[in-house]
Design a protein around this ligand. Structure first.
Ligand code: SF4
Length: 254
């Protein structure tokens, strides 16, 4: 399979537009803002958006056709350069996205947001009931966990997931807090000024996921390794106590 994304927990990345505003501590070192600035594209935090033409929008249709021909499912992360549920984003582009999702039944759409309050308002009812629509929210701190997970759980989507990336503090939760959640992705921070993550925070989340029967995907340490030394993302790797933890939710294509 051709992988159209460098992100380990997906197969393809699709951006319906570029542009966003920072909403919480996980946005402090927003990769998308840095990348966009570097290539002189849309400015961040100013309500400007870059939209795309037909060739770009044809990509998911091609992935869907190929997946169907190969009799397999493929995942699509949406979005790395935007937040699909950003209420300020152009609504006609969001409508195009909903239409594309309806058309691509061989793709599992991983919609990750920091705005689950807006997801409740903006996600059409028919898409809440589709097995190929997964909704996740970022919960980098306990405050964000408390604010966002209760909203996420109000969505009816079959797969609800958390992205604890970057994990910025210990998260002392119990299995009951993960009720209704299928999947937890966890990772450390990268980029200039990245904040280190403690191994016991990661172990704690691994153990609570195991107790709750929730799939756990440890993506990376970030720029700091398990000892807290800044060695770079590649060298820091993704092993926890010499083990790999890269599970997907039950029933999902692995
Ligand atoms: S929500 Fe995502 S894309 Fe938007 S500013 Fe925050 S990290 Fe960047």
């Amino acid at each position: 399979m051709v992988k159209n994304s460098s992100i380990e927990w997906t197969d393809n990345t699709f951006n319906p537009w570029w542009g966003c505003r920072r909403v919480s501590p996980a946005c402090d070192r927003c990769y998308a803002a840095t990348f966009s600035k570097r290539i002189g594209s849309v400015g961040w935090d100013i309500g400007a958006f870059r939209t795309f033409g037909d060739k770009h929008w044809a990509e998911p249709l091609t992935w869907d056709r190929k997946a169907r021909a190969a009799n397999r499912r493929e995942r699509v992360f949406c979005a790395s350069m935007a937040d699909v549920f950003d209420a300020e984003a152009p609504s006609h582009e969001r409508e195009k996205l909903w239409h594309t999702i309806r058309e691509t039944t061989n793709l599992d759409w991983q919609l990750l947001t920091k705005r689950p309050n807006q997801a409740l308002k903006l996600l059409p009812n028919d898409l809440q009931e589709r097995p190929n629509v997964w909704i996740g929210c970022t919960t980098e701190t306990m405050k964000m966990f408390r604010q966002r997970v209760r909203l996420l759980k109000r969505l009816k989507t079959p797969v609800r997931f958390l992205s604890i990336e970057p994990m910025l503090e210990p998260m002392p939760i119990g299995p009951a807090d993960l009720e209704g959640i299928s999947w937890v992705i966890l990772g450390g921070e990268t980029g200039h000024g990245a904040r280190p993550m403690q191994p016991e925070w990661v172990r704690g989340m691994r153990d609570v996921c195991a107790a709750a029967g929730v799939a756990f995907f440890f993506k990376q340490w970030g720029d700091h390794d398990a000892t807290g030394k800044r060695v770079g993302r590649k060298k820091a790797g993704y092993l926890l106590d010499d083990e790999e933890y890269r599970d997907f939710p039950k029933g999902a294509a692995g």
